[in-house]
Write a protein that binds this ligand. Structure first.
Ligand code: NAD
Length: 470
């Protein structure tokens, strides 16, 4: 895309073309939708290596991590969608209310129109294309806006998508704040935004202008509670994997741990061992360990470490850091006070603070004083503890015994609540998100049961109605 193209006319023209395509009915046939999804699968297969290279350039992702968290995730989502699409598009019959009898009642999923998908940088391929799968499956035209903060991935997708997908109906617009602002001034029929809550508010304000529905996939501080009823060694491996994958830059990474002191003391030893097992003695030299996206985020994270050390908090890290390559070593910080800077924002990096609590009740209280998180993790074999977290907290998702894993549960909706977002997606939930579930009622003119409700209201009408309607 040339510089001049990004200004003024390019964006309205692109949106106009997408709308014309949608209005012409191009995107509605099941065959078109399925073919587009198969083409997307082909793109991912034929360019798996280039995608891995781009993710390595942007985030230092290992090819296996790139496969696991981006390409194979998407291929699985496509497979699931193609397999079930025909069923999802079928009318969903319901039993008619007695007041309507005789009648047939059902809902049918119709596409919304032109959808805008705005993605962030941390899983730049997955988070752009996973919602696109739902939008295409539901029969929409789609405008994709990758994150400029992960430029290698954004450029590659902008190059490949027009080669594989029907460019009358699927367009990519690259750019940052300026281009996104221009995009948001256009009328869309759905906006699907993934990123931080500040921009989420900008998106929602812009959407309000056109009464456009939004899905906001945001973040926040996802807590993890652990007690002494679990195998701490296995738990530590899972926590380290969940926290330090993608160098902690995962929206559902455990942000901080809540534990009793004796649990924290034992856990720290296991966490250190896990770090050694997963990333070796020198993570900087280990290809499995990613990098921080850019210097701005490196500086932000480094300032948290400085704050912790200045407060005398025990910081466990080799601190083999390098601003130039944006390498930040894993950090575990023990007994972090509530007013440490790191407890004031989503960490989104490889620093794992542990807060000491006196038990599950205090942990729940602490969680409830904060905004509703995107995910909550509980490691406890105690039934009453699990039940208390389930009953007394609210979060986008609750997982017992495994951070991050719920993202792969295709049959469950993925999304936040409150400050961590609104709306959900994955699998059928993506399809429904990008559809209008249109209710259809069909009532024969004969017998004309409506006569019974028309005025004049005389005689035994009321008693008779009560007998039928209750
Ligand atoms: P980002 O900086 O890439 O921004 C996201 C998108 O918003 C980009 O496409 C960007 O161009 C656009 N944008 C940025 N500023 C804008 C503005 N002023 N006006 C209009 N558009 C603008 O990504 P980020 O926000 O740093 O992403 C990290 C956040 O996203 C974290 O909070 C993380 O938890 C959250 N996140 C959530 C999920 C989820 O699925 N819920 C997934 C990944 C990340």
């Amino acid at each position: 895309m040339s510089d001049t193209q990004t200004h003024d006319t390019h964006i309205p023209t692109t949106v106009h073309t997408l709308r014309e395509t949608f209005d012409a009915g191009v995107t509605k046939p099941l065959a078109w939708r399925t073919h587009q999804l198969e083409q997307l699968d082909k793109l991912l297969t034929e360019h798996e290596d280039r995608i891995a290279d781009a993710l390595a350039a942007d985030l230092g992702k290992h090819p296996i991590e790139a496969y696991l968290t981006e390409t194979s995730f998407l291929k699985n989502e496509i497979r699931h969608t193609v397999k079930n699409l025909k069923r999802w598009t079928k009318p969903r019959y319901v039993t008619p209310n007695v007041a309507l009898l005789p009648a047939i009642t059902y809902s049918v999923a119709e596409p919304l129109g032109v959808a805008l998908i705005i993605a962030p940088w941390n899983y730049p391929v997955q988070l752009l294309l996973a919602p696109a799968i739902g939008a295409i499956a539901a029969g929409n035209a789609v405008l994709l806006k990758p994150s400029e903060v992960a430029p290698a991935s954004a450029h590659l997708l902008a190059e490949l998508i027009p080669q594989y997908l029907d460019s009358r109906a699927v367009a990519v617009v690259e750019g940052g704040v300026e281009e996104t602002t221009q995009l948001l001034a256009q009328r869309f029929d759905h906006i699907f935004y993934t990123g931080n809550a500040t921009v989420g508010r900008i998106v929602m304000r812009a959407a309000a202008e056109h009464l456009t529905p939004v899905t906001l996939e945001l973040g926040g501080k996802s807590p993890l509670y652990i007690d002494d009823s679990v195998d701490l060694e296995t738990a530590a491996d899972r926590i380290v994997w969940g926290k330090f994958t993608n160098a902690g830059q995962t929206c559902v990474a455990p942000d901080y741990i809540l534990a009793q002191r004796h649990v924290a003391d034992a856990l720290v030893v296991h966490l250190e061992n896990s770090l050694q097992r997963l990333y070796g003695p020198v993570p900087r030299l280990n290809e499995a360990y990613g990098k921080i996206i850019n210097e701005r985020h490196y500086d932000r994270l480094h300032a948290h470490i400085t704050d912790l050390t200045e407060r005398g908090v025990k910081v466990i890290s080799t601190q083999d850091n390098d601003r130039q390559t944006c390498h930040l070593d894993p950090v575990i910080a023990v007994d972090v006070p509530h007013d440490a800077s790191i407890m004031g924002e989503e960490i989104f990096g490889p620093i794992l603070p542990i807060r000491i609590v006196d038990g599950p009740k205090e942990a729940i209280n602490e969680i409830n004083t904060r905004e509703k998180p995107l995910a909550l993790y509980v490691f406890s074999e105690r039934r009453e503890v699990r039940r208390a977290f389930l009953r007394d907290t609210s979060s986008g998702a609750l997982t017992f015994g495994l951070p991050i894993g719920h993202v792969a549960a295709t049959e469950l909706p993925f999304g936040g609540v409150g400050e961590s977002g609104m709306g959900g997606y994955h699998g059928r939930f993506s399809f429904d998100t990008f559809s209008h579930l249109k209710p259809v009622v069909s009532k024969p003119l004969s017998p004309d049961t409506m006569r019974m409700v028309y005025p004049p209201y005389a005689g035994e009408r009321l008693a008779w109605m009560r007998r039928i309607l209750g």
